[in-house]
Design a protein around this ligand. Structure first.
Ligand code: AHM
Ligand code: MG
Length: 333
């Protein structure tokens, strides 16, 4: 059974950049994931549930574990000499990580992260996750970090993935050569390859959307929901919605389906964040043979203009996503 480290070394020719750098990036990610996993597991005992009393940049009530996960990831990346800047869903501005004095700018990677996604599920013992993505610094390596280093299109990602803290803890990632999943064996603290070459199944089975917002959805989305519920061909589909993007995505990736967070009358740009949530999930989606769209265009081709930008997000089975786009397009005519 391969460990994550062994798997990376074994597949070293498949990562365009340095294998050593990838190992160091993962060394930070694994360390933080294990620390968060431990804390999530005993949150009810250590008074780590509930609100931190802070409203984050998103205008949302920050949970204690959100804040904890954010700090753990920052510290973990700081301790490995490979990342020069981080932008986090939990922080208004990007964070600069200075290098060693002799060679302060040797680090060339930029990390964007949602340290703990699915906040509303923390206190109720339902799956939550971490979402991460990595880019190369865009401006010359010796220059100070600029906002454009973070505002890169999703198609420039060199690594993306998530960790799901569920019935087991699984790390799923891609570097552009397929999607692979590793399960944490908590007794030894090691991630082992458990889901090689993850691929959306052909089956059109599940649709995942917060239907409580139905009256606020665009007509195209309403029609697509009615299509999912129609008794015809292989329908009705099964409805499954956890309210944790990582959990909903992971299930659909294994069982086959579509995840939808559209714009609504109250949120004209949807809810999910392009840089921290949608781009990494879109990269994983495409690498797993699926499709990721905002309803009209490819997520990975969207030009970002601000860090905490939101976008409607649809991802999963190619046929189901294309069908939804068809409904959206027909509404515009
Ligand atoms: P968060 O980053 O504040 O946790 O919000 C993102 C989450 C996603 O994980 C999930 O898919 C979505 O919000 C659920 O939103 P809603 O409760 O509106 O259905
Ligand atoms: Mg989130």
């Amino acid at each position: 059974m391969y460990t994550l480290g062994e798997f990376i070394i074994e597949n070293r020719d498949r990562f365009l950049y340095s294998t050593e750098d990838l190992l160091r990036l993962f060394s930070s990610i694994k360390l933080a994931a294990k620390a968060i996993n431990k804390e999530v597991n005993k949150a009810g005992l250590t008074k780590k549930i509930g609100s931190s009393g802070i409203t984050n940049i998103q205008g949302e009530n920050q949970q204690k574990l959100d804040e904890f996960a954010h700090r753990v990831f920052i510290e973990s990346f700081k301790s490995r000499n490979v990342v020069c800047g981080i932008a986090s869903e939990e922080s208004k501005d990007f964070i600069v990580i200075k290098g060693e004095k002799e060679n302060p700018f040797q680090k060339k990677y930029i990390v964007l992260i949602d340290p703990l996604d699915g906040s509303s599920n923390i206190d109720v013992n339902v799956s939550i996750g971490t979402i991460f993505s990595v880019y190369l610094k865009k401006t010359p390596i010796q220059m100070d970090l600029r906002i454009e280093d973070f505002l890169q299109k999703g198609n420039k990602q060199i690594l993306a993935g998530y960790i799901i803290y569920g019935s087991s803890t699984i790390l799923v990632y891609t570097t552009g050569n397929g999607v692979h999943g590793f399960t944490l064996d908590p007794s030894v603290g090691t991630f082992y390859l458990s889901h090689p070459k993850l691929h959306f199944p052909e089956v059109e089975k599940i649709y995942s959307i917060n239907e409580g917002n139905y009256v606020r959805f665009p007509n195209g989305i309403k029609k697509f929901i009615r299509f999912c519920q129609e008794e015809k061909d292989n329908r009705p589909y099964t409805a499954r919605y956890i309210g944790s993007l990582v959990g909903d995505f992971h299930r659909n990736l294994i069982q086959g389906g579509i995840y939808i967070y559209p714009k609504t009358a109250l949120s004209p740009n949807g809810k999910l964040r392009l840089l921290y949530e949608c781009n990494p999930m879109a990269f994983l989606t495409e690498q797993a043979g699926g499709k990721a769209s905002d309803g009209k265009k490819r997520i990975l081709d969207i030009e970002p203009f601000k860090l905490h930008q939101r976008t409607p997000f649809i991802c999963g089975h190619v046929g189901m996503v294309s069908k939804l786009e068809e409904f959206m397009n027909n509404e515009k005519k």
